[in-house]
Design a protein around this ligand. Structure first.
Ligand code: FVH
Length: 293
């Protein structure tokens, strides 16, 4: 009989903060787990939880049909693959959860295919502490058959979101969400840097900042709808109004002794958009103006 999902063996290569959490989640759901890390000392805590240590990457790959990679960069993944032969990789499914670009994922998928392996790329939407919990999920793309086969096992990490058979799509979705997150954090650190110049406690100000940002997030669907429809005219806040107000921000930052390095480019984008004739449009127009090809 086919093995139940929890008895499918998994190998994890890369036991950093995230890889360690992934291995623990597979262990917690009853999977036989083999672990390998460049610095062998990181296998210790997982072995104590029941994982089998592999002394080489090749040994870890040989131990399971499903091989999860979570290294720092895709250059590291390419380096690791360079040390493995077609004989070692053929028939394995590689699930690469290392952060990377769509082009890197496509190149890795082609490389894996040449080596006779199936390839899934993944983008983890969680921090290590969330892995295996209800809010964590992972975008996947690549070999759909491999995804369907291993989905029950991968569910140990959290939700599974299929983005398509183009291997680059998981990274695209991942980077898109992280871009939104970084944009938010850029605003947060700038706001806190500004108010603390007048001795306002950051923690106190966060109580105002969180509901404000949350309320502004309500505008996102409308911006997205305008972008999709190409109808950018707004009755909320035009680019002309934003362009007129924005120098106040840059001036205040300078007056208060806060760097403008994060915000100056936004002024330049507003200026360019208004000069191009989009003064009456809303923020959705900026997404079009940012597209360079
Ligand atoms: N931590 C997080 O919150 C984020 C959440 C979203 C996904 N990211 C991405 O996950 C990848 C791994 O991140 P991490 O947090 O586990 O990172 P580290 O704790 O720094 O662990 C890095 C592991 O990579 C190994 N490694 C580095 N270089 C090499 C190499 N040349 N060959 C083999 N392995 C290598 C490193 O090994 P060692 O230094 O312990 O020997 C760690 O196992 C990453 O893409 C995030 O963007 C995490």
């Amino acid at each position: 009989p086919a093995p139940s999902p929890s008895s499918s063996p998994v190998s994890i290569l890369g036991l950093g903060m995230m890889g360690g959490a992934l291995a623990a989640a597979f262990l917690n759901t009853g999977h036989p787990v083999t672990v390998w890390n460049r610095s062998a000392s990181k296998t210790g805590p997982l072995v104590a939880q029941g994982a089998l240590p592999a002394t080489t990457a090749a040994e870890a790959v040989a131990a399971s049909p499903l091989v999860v990679l979570c290294l720092l960069t895709n250059d590291n993944v390419n380096e690791l693959l360079a040390g493995l032969s077609e004989k070692q990789l053929a028939g394995r499914t590689l699930v690469n959860l290392t952060n990377g670009t769509p082009a890197q994922a496509r190149a890795l998928a082609a490389r894996a295919e040449k080596l006779g392996a199936r390839y899934l790329d993944g983008g983890i939407m969680a921090v290590p502490q969330m892995i295996g919990g209800p809010a964590a999920y992972v975008f996947y793309s690549g070999d759909e058959q491999a995804y369907e086969t291993h989905r029950p096992t991968l569910a140990a990490l959290g939700g599974t979101k299929w983005t398509g058979s183009d291997a680059g799509l998981a990274a695209l979705n991942d980077l898109g969400l992280l871009t939104g997150m970084y944009g938010m954090f850029i605003g947060v650190v700038q706001a806190l840097a500004l108010v603390r110049t007048e001795n306002i406690k950051a923690e106190e100000y966060a109580e105002l900042l969180v509901p404000w940002i949350t309320a502004m997030l309500g505008l996102v669907p409308e911006i997205a709808r305008d972008l999709d429809s190409g109808q950018h005219l707004t009755d909320v806040s035009s680019l002309a109004v934003n362009q007129a107000a924005f120098p106040n921000f840059l001036t205040a930052f300078k007056e208060q002794g806060v760097s403008v390095e994060l915000f100056e480019p936004f002024q330049a984008l507003l200026d360019r958009s208004v000069e191009a004739g989009h003064a009456a449009d809303g923020l959705s127009r900026l997404a079009e103006m940012l597209t360079v090809r």
